[in-house]
Design a protein around this ligand. Structure first.
Ligand code: 13P
Ligand code: SF4
Length: 304
């Protein structure tokens, strides 16, 4: 079926079912183009919390759809490809986190949003890459020790900003970890004068070389407002479609063409159509886990 025909069918079904399509910045260009809301993990959580649609079609990965369900338990949340996982989120589970917490009974547990609902249910606070530093500063006004899971690189970056160390987990994003200093050196050589913007999921070797370190939404805002016209982008390359669309005349170069998250690319127009047609794959989370996990996310959303 031609893409335009699929898009028309998606639009019709969306109206019939009172659905909204939430899309992460790393999705394929054609998925960006059907978004009702396009953004980073924080923006998508906020949107999921306030939408009055009956159905949320989540074009992202599993933990994001779970977060939407936790915040809108009365709504139907659909993930077009149920196998869209996140390897970083899978690097920790509730049992191993419980064991770590038992070894540090006085520490507060802060989880990156890239975690399962069961892990969030074990945590006191949640954060995204957009608000991690703010969350840590807030927690430090009340508590001394923080267990920060699972992204050791995000935790190390925040640690460098607040001059405090945390109890870490050995988790990381394989996509961001594969962007290495040589990529930045080569890109700077090819595009002298371009601003280097990298995601805090990158390793400390990489964030040390960047001009700006920020979340995907922070990157989009920065490039829009910047006087500069050339940017080297150190994150998943899907975001470049949005940057080019929003900033005609500016130029965006991926730090590495290989920074592609295969899980983010599993969502296709066909799968979105099937998802709305068959109401699949519905996110279901046990009530007790949902209620516990919501506390950590709501604490995050309350911090302005
Ligand atoms: P943000 O879009 O929140 O910056 O997160 C990046 C990411 O890797 C999501 O999986
Ligand atoms: Fe997970 Fe990394 Fe993919 Fe984000 S880019 S979904 S952190 S694997």
């Amino acid at each position: 079926m031609p893409s335009m025909e699929i898009v028309d069918k998606i639009k019709k079904l969306k109206k019939e079912k009172n659905a909204v399509i939430l899309v992460h910045n790393y999705q394929l260009p054609e998925i960006h183009d059907i978004a009702d809301f396009l953004g980073d993990s924080l923006g998508l959580s906020m949107e999921a919390a306030k939408t009055d649609a009956d159905v949320i079609v989540f074009c992202g990965v599993h933990f994001m759809a779970e977060t939407a369900k936790i915040l809108s338990p009365q709504k139907t949340v659909l993930l077009p490809d149920i196998n869209s996982g996140c390897p970083m989120a899978d690097m920790i589970d509730a049992e191993r986190l419980a064991a770590l917490k038992a070894r540090h009974p006085n520490a507060v547990a802060l989880c990156y949003v890239n975690t399962s609902a069961a892990v969030k249910a074990q945590c006191d606070y949640c954060c995204t890459s957009a608000n991690a530093e703010k969350m840590v500063r807030h927690i430090l006004t009340k508590h001394q020790d923080i267990i920060f899971v699972p992204d050791k690189y995000l935790a190390q970056y925040v640690s460098s900003q607040v001059a405090r160390s945390f109890i870490l987990w050995n988790g990381y994003c394989p996509i961001h970890a594969a962007i290495i200093p040589e990529h930045i050196a080569r890109a700077r050589q090819q595009h002298p004068g371009a601003k280097v913007i990298v995601h805090p999921e990158c390793s400390p070797d990489l964030t040390a070389l960047a001009d700006i370190v920020t979340s995907t939404e922070g990157m989009c805002k920065y490039v829009k407002n910047a006087a500069e016209t050339e940017f080297i982008i150190g994150t998943e390359i899907g975001i470049i479609h949005r940057m080019e669309k929003e900033n005609p005349g500016k130029h965006f170069y991926p730090a590495s063409n290989k920074a592609v998250c295969p899980n983010m690319k599993r969502t296709t127009l066909e799968k979105v159509l099937w998802s709305l047609t068959d109401m699949t794959h519905e996110i279901i989370i046990p009530q007790i886990i949902m209620d516990k996990a919501r506390l950590s996310i709501e604490r995050m959303l309350q911090i302005k």
